[in-house]
Design a protein around this ligand. Structure first.
Ligand code: NAD
Length: 395
């Protein structure tokens, strides 16, 4: 007898599985930009890393080879804001590109997706697209290429974009099937320049995507294989990518793992780790992947009561205890075991207590909570935030 796939199912209706039409991957795959057909491209990127390491110049030169004129929309901040995406949409409107080329971390890729939406539909407000499925169709003016420089968010694969309302302190996951990029380019040369802590945080984002996709109520026979393979590749390759940043094999494996996890979670969705990370990120500004890494063991402990999918993944991977493997990996990469001990941002207790109820309610209302195993309440979410803040056992 093989390993049984646990029975789960709210799934008697028609399902879908969407991924980019083409994924180019491997060392030097950035060169595929030279084969593009079009007239004008808007390149969207973040602060400075893509410029500094020469990837932006390379991308522009490759596009020029294809006879494509390009402009650069740069300065997308980590956790991109509504203002940034609105402004980017206006710049695109003035230039009229037929390609959007997003190059950088998840923040740049996410921002470019929503800029694309505002370029195609300038009459829309941010509020018009918050409800999942409310975005009108894209590709009336341009197509979209995503070139990730972190191995983490899988924005190059997904129908998601996370945009922050800086006034309300809320990160909104925008969901629209049309935002799945047309082309993803996974060139492992780009993530090689990531400093260690970014490799660690983004790598644990991949782990969170894969683990949450496996446990999701909407997981299917199409999503499980990608998710389980991604867990395996992160366990095998993240420690090497962290310790040896120039190890091409480990970098490619992590880039692939990120995309595989993306294929799983864009179709199966996620769970409480992400609902909670979105909100604690909005309140404290903690890096998304770092928040996920800290939250994962607590949410797994809670979810095990409702899901046998962790055991399923453990059997397939020959693992004793997935949670323990995650905790050990966090430790090796200097990721703290609770928010109280996290020094990346100021996690002072008074502020935590002040925002706890609001943050828990917002996390409960996050779309990712819908696919978490069981039926977590806002009180459950609050209990999990307290456990993950103080490092307490989950009851
Ligand atoms: P990021 O894009 O915010 O980048 C983090 C930092 O790393 C930045 O300072 C950036 O300049 C730097 N950087 C990026 N690539 C580099 C490289 N190769 N070398 C050196 N420095 C580099 O980080 P991220 O984790 O990729 O993205 C996080 C964002 O993505 C968050 O807003 C998160 O909510 C969102 N997100 C989106 C999805 C999705 O499906 N769209 C999924 C998960 C998370």
């Amino acid at each position: 007898m093989g390993i049984q796939i646990p029975v789960r199912r709210e799934q008697m209706s028609t399902m879908s599985f969407s991924i980019p039409r083409t994924i180019f991957y491997g060392e030097g795959s950035l060169g595929k930009l030279a084969g593009l057909k079009g007239k004008r491209a808007a390149i969207v990127t973040g602060g400075s890393s893509m410029k500094k390491f020469g990837f932006l110049d390379q991308a522009q030169a490759l596009l020029a080879k294809a006879g494509i004129e390009s402009i650069i929309i740069d300065g997308v901040e980590p956790n991109p804001s509504v203002e940034t995406v609105k402004k980017g949409g206006e710049t695109m409107l003035a230039f009229a590109p037929d390609w959007i080329v997003a190059i950088g971390g998840g923040s740049a890729l996410d921002a470019a997706k929503v800029m694309w939406c505002f370029y195609e539909h300038p009459q829309l407000s941010f509020e018009d697209i918050i409800t999942p499925g409310s975005m009108p169709s894209l590709r009336n003016k341009a197509k979209f290429i995503a070139i990730p420089s972190t191995s983490g968010t899988a924005s190059e694969i997904t129908a998601f974009s996370v945009i922050t309302d800086t006034q309300k302190h809320i990160k909104y996951p925008i969901v629209a099937a049309d935002m799945v990029p047309d082309i993803a380019i996974l060139d492992p040369v780009l993530p090689m320049t990531m400093p260690k802590h970014i490799t660690a945080n983004t790598g644990m984002d991949v782990m969170a995507h894969a683990v949450e996709a496996v446990a999701s109520n909407a997981a299917t026979a199409f999503t499980d294989p990608y998710a389980v393979q991604a867990i395996k590749m992160v366990l095998d390759s993240l420690p090497t990518a962290y310790a040896e940043p120039k190890n091409m094999e480990a970098r490619l494996a992590m880039h692939e793992a990120s995309a595989l996890a993306g294929m799983a979670f864009t179709n199966a969705s996620l769970g409480l780790v992400h609902s909670m990370a979105h909100k604690i990120g909005g309140e404290f500004g903690v890096t998304h992947g770092l928040a996920n890494a800290i939250l994962l063991p607590y949410v797994i402990a809670y979810n095990r009561k409702f899901s046998d999918k962790y055991t399923y993944a453990e059997k397939l991977l020959g693992l004793q205890d997935l949670s323990k493997a995650i905790q050990e990996m966090n430790k090796k990469m200097d990721i703290p075991s609770c928010f109280k001990d996290c020094t990346e941002v100021d996690f002072n207790e008074a502020k935590f207590k002040e925002v706890l109820a609001r943050m828990s309610q917002h996390a409960f209302e996050d779309p990712c909570t819908l696919t978490n195993p069981g039926k977590p309440t806002a009180a459950d979410v609050q209990m999990l935030f307290e456990a993950a803040y103080y490092g307490k056992a989950v009851n």
